[in-house]
Design a protein around this ligand. Sequence first.
Ligand code: ADP
Length: 221
Amino acid sequence: SARRKHRPVLVIGLGRFGVAVARSLTRMGHEVMAIDTDPACIQAMCDELTQAVEADATEPETLRRLGAAEFETAVVGIGSNLEASVLTVLALSDLGVPKICAKAINEAHARILERTGATVIVQPEARMGERVAHVIGANLIDFIQFDDDFAIAKMRAPDDFAGRTLEETGIRTQHGITVVGIKRPQQDFVYAVPDTEVRKDDLLIVSGPTTKVERFAALSS
Ligand code: ADP
């Protein structure tokens, strides 16, 4: 529903990550309340957000007073201060906030956050590193990996695909990969069907198990 779509979100920690989250949510039409201990961060963002409060989010009483328990979703963008990150997630969890998304700086941090009550844990640096490695090392233009060993990638069509339909290339039967869309130079992406013909310089959006996508990209490089 529209209400659900524009539900207010609590963002704690206005570092680079938290600011990006808060700005995107605002652009999508959500109300955003932000909390940070740093007055300069609050000052810089207060005009853009519904509410920006200078406060210490590790204090349960402070969070309660600010109405944190009323939020369905909170995002904790505190990263390098491990203690503050964990205490904040714990306090939100104790207040009964159902969806708590938290940023972790490494695997150990992620495991602690999971035990503390975070429902979604992101590791932006680790994920972006993997993505850059695939873009640089595997002939992919872009690469997104999902939790369950499934990936979507953008790549240049292999040269020997030119002039053949997708069905004729055997990409699905031989490589276990599905082509989702194709982009011709200077044209928009179109959905791919079995008799879509591949031409030289086409871009493909492919999806499949991560290892198969990697293997296919290596073959065609
Ligand atoms: P980065 O994500 O760049 O590593 P930090 O992890 O240090 O940055 O923190 C992100 C933001 O979280 C900073 O703006 C910092 O002021 C804020 N922050 C740190 N501790 C708290 C806290 N206890 N309560 C609220 N905000 C905090």
